[in-house]
Design a protein around this ligand. Structure first.
Ligand SMILES: C[S@@+](CC[C@H](N)C(=O)[O-])C[C@H]1O[C@@H](n2cnc3c(N)ncnc32)[C@H](O)[C@@H]1O
Length: 374
């Protein structure tokens, strides 16, 4: 498939940004890079700090962006404080006294002596004061990066290559769907969580598949498996078909997923789709899916856990999405997760429930139900 210059540029930009961001990016190396940048930022090499930062980063194999960030320690309003601080520390260490600040004392010095003294004072001062500040900022960076990554790591993740490949596919879609898709995949843990649970699945059916994000991710990770998606909104069906055009294992069908022929797949997924109908009908639909699954098969459902929702903001957002026509459905009616899991356990399934959302979506839950083997 040929790529337009604009799309090619976007792809190169993404690739470049990822490289810059991920270069030598362990918490320790990022802390070290910031520390080196801080020392440089305190040094009297004004006008050369950027070139020196990039050169040192290259020489010591550090993250260039983090070194450049560290040099920002000397941006206003801190510049005068650092100049005076480094000069005083240097003078104290070189000549055992504080730098004379009175006008008469300064006038008494020859201009060349004044600048040479100041330069060497600041150079030494930047190593000592900058070193101390570098230690503080570097340690803080390292700790913050480590904490941020630990908090972010709530479960399985998509690899950078998977995210890049999906971004390339999203480039085929109109802007509105492209942006929605790329944000959804960045923010919503449903896809990596489900992919981990479908490891080894050969025949998958996705009911209410939307614009085919899961199909694109699943088929790229499992090229020899088959995934069938059913969606009734024709705009989304068109988007899904464009998204997976080069993935032979995917079939996108337009129609009412409640009545779709299910066959005997080894996995059925329903992400955020049950709640568009009344609970009694959700129950019948789920029973139908449970019965269709092959022995040992897995049912993966993501739904809002109405008992855990915070002020129901996520539910209200979904109601608006239905009203605006973004999601086609009759309304939003969350069915308590315990009732869903009880139904599945009664039918002999082994059930696991996990939180599957962040922030205002933290009440989202993923139900993974495995049917007994024959
Ligand atoms: C919130 S979206 C989720 C899309 C997709 N499952 C995902 O997580 O990326 C719900 C989708 O289900 C579709 N949908 C709802 N009821 C449906 C039905 N009975 N048959 C087919 N699609 C349905 C809607 O059109 C919408 O695209």
């Amino acid at each position: 498939m040929s790529t337009s210059p604009k799309k090619g540029f976007r792809r190169r930009l993404r690739h470049w940004w990822r490289q810059v961001k991920n270069e030598q990016a362990t918490p320790r190396r990022l802390g070290l890079a910031v520390a080196v940048g801080v020392v440089l930022g305190c040094s009297p090499f004004w006008g050369l700090q950027m070139i020196l930062a990039v050169s040192l980063a290259w020489l010591f194999r550090l993250n260039k962006l983090a070194v450049l960030l560290g040099t920002q320690v000397s941006t206003p309003p801190f510049t005068p404080l650092l100049i005076v601080g480094t000069a005083q520390v240097g003078e104290l260490l070189l000549r055992g006294r504080w730098l004379p600040l009175g006008l008469a004392e300064v006038r008494a010095l020859h201009a060349s002596d004044l600048f040479a003294n100041l330069f060497f004072d600041m150079l030494l001062g930047s190593l000592v004061l900058g070193g101390a500040l570098g230690l503080v900022f570097g340690a803080a960076t390292s700790a913050l990066v480590r904490r941020h990554r630990e908090r972010k790591r709530t479960g399985p993740e998509l690899s950078d290559d998977e995210v890049d490949a999906l971004a390339d596919r999203l480039d085929r879609l109109p802007g509105q769907f492209r942006s929605y898709g790329s944000w959804k995949v960045k923010l919503d843990p449903v896809y990596p969580m489900a992919l981990a649970r479908l490891d080894g699945a050969r025949q998958v059916v996705d009911l209410g598949a939307g614009m085919g994000l899961f199909e694109a991710l699943f088929a790229a990770r499992n090229p020899s498996a088959k995934i069938r998606a059913v969606e009734w909104d024709e705009r989304k069906v068109a988007m899904a078909r464009m998204l997976v055009a080069d993935l032979p294992g995917v079939a996108i069908e337009q129609g009412d997923a409640r009545a779709a022929e299910l066959g005997t797949p080894d996995a059925i997924v329903l992400f955020d789709v049950l709640h568009y109908i009344a609970p009694a009908e959700q129950r019948r639909w789920l029973e139908r899916c449970a019965d269709a699954l092959a022995p040992g098969g897995v049912l993966v459902v993501r739904e809002l856990d109405s008992t855990a929702s915070k002020g129901n903001l996520a539910e209200r957002l979904d109601r608006w999405a239905v009203r605006w026509g973004w999601n086609r459905g009759a309304g939003v009616q969350a069915w308590p997760i315990e009732e869903m899991t009880a139904l599945l356990r009664d039918r002999g399934f082994t059930v696991e429930v996990k939180q599957a959302g962040k922030g205002i979506f933290s009440a989202n839950a993923m139900v993974t139900a495995r049917k007994a083997a024959a």
